[in-house]
Design a protein around this ligand. Structure first.
Ligand code: UTP
Length: 300
């Protein structure tokens, strides 16, 4: 069965971005010209996914509104002679079906994925975290490669990984590859959640994209709440590997670099990179930044 369904968890509270996330979903934060989740949806569309199930929460209604057709705005732009702006709304017409369900208690990413169980049924499916952009300039196609590997190898799960600096391993799930003879696609012996640099089995960090068979739900159901009383997706993947499941890693390419919008430091960095890459305003932003850095330098 081909992979056509993607689950996009967007229900997390985003406490690391308080006060921004008090009423605004972090997945709706602007990065350059678009909200984070629009990049995610466009990436999945590019990779051949057709149905998107969002796992949402109480403060996330803005996401549903965003992907609706806004006929009133379209008419307004036409009537006021701003047709050129209609291009900015082209994403509304993408050949995608949107579905939404609520995670009624924020019990972690693993629990959010479990909320998709009855919708998923017997299909394999992708998971893409709604707060993470892959690549600048809309080029990332790692999910497409993951689906290919998943189908060709008959895997139980395929996970995207990106090389991370050793001092950053404590932020992510880290791969313990069973064999790295092919560094682009490799079997996993284990996956370790947020290890210290000393304990990290590699520098390959989970890059927020996954492909699963529905069998993962059985492992999620058996997963006990871990850190912060949350059900961790990594724990269920560990259990799947321990039970003999075939779990493969696929490495993201350098141009598919992960932008994590979950904390201020990486959010600010992502915004700057996207602003600098903007085809219309990149150059003026660059000039402004140079001037600011120059001023800062001369004040020291
Ligand atoms: P995070 O791990 O960043 O958790 O979520 P969080 O709760 O949103 O953020 P903090 O730690 O409070 O700052 C990664 C992705 O998983 C979703 C989030 O919306 C985000 O897209 N998620 C997380 C859920 O859908 N439900 C959860 O219970 C937790």
């Amino acid at each position: 069965m081909p992979v056509k369904l993607a689950v996009i968890p967007v229900a997390g509270r985003g406490t690391r971005l308080v006060p921004l996330t008090k009423s605004l979903p972090k997945e709706m934060l602007p990065v350059g010209r678009k909200p984070v989740v629009q990049y995610v949806v466009e990436e999945l569309n590019r990779c051949g996914l057709e149905r998107l199930l969002f796992i949402t929460g109480p403060t996330k209604a803005a996401i549903e509104n965003y992907f609706d057709l806004d006929v009133e705005l379209v008419n307004h732009l036409r009537e006021t002679g701003k047709e050129e702006l209609l291009l900015e709304l082209a994403f509304e017409k993408a050949d995608l079906q949107y579905f939404y369900t609520r995670q009624r208690r924020q019990l972690g990413l693993g629990h959010a994925v479990l909320c998709a169980e009855s919708f998923v049924g017997k299909e394999p499916f992708a998971v893409a975290l709604g707060d993470t952009i892959l690549g600048i300039n809309e080029k990332a196609r790692v999910v497409e490669r993951m689906i290919q590997v998943f189908e060709e190898c008959g895997a139980d799960a395929v996970i995207a990984f990106e090389e991370t600096p050793l001092e950053e391993t404590f932020r992510y799930g880290i791969a313990a590859p069973a064999d790295l003879s092919n560094p682009e696609v490799f079997p996993l012996a284990d996956i370790v959640e947020k290890p210290s640099p000393k304990e990290a089995p590699s520098q390959l960090a989970v890059a927020s994209r996954y492909i699963f068979r529905p069998g993962i739900f059985e492992f999620l159901k058996k997963t006990k709440p871990g850190k912060n009383d949350e059900i961790q997706l990594t724990d269920a993947i560990q259990a799947l590997i321990a039970a003999g499941g075939k779990v493969l890693g696929v490495k993201v390419a350098p141009h598919e670099h992960r932008f994590d919008i979950g904390n201020f430091e990486s959010y600010f960095g992502a915004f700057l990179e996207f602003a600098l890459a903007d085809p219309d305003f990149g150059d003026s932003v660059r000039e402004k930044m140079r001037a600011l850095l120059h001023e800062e330098g001369s004040c020291r």
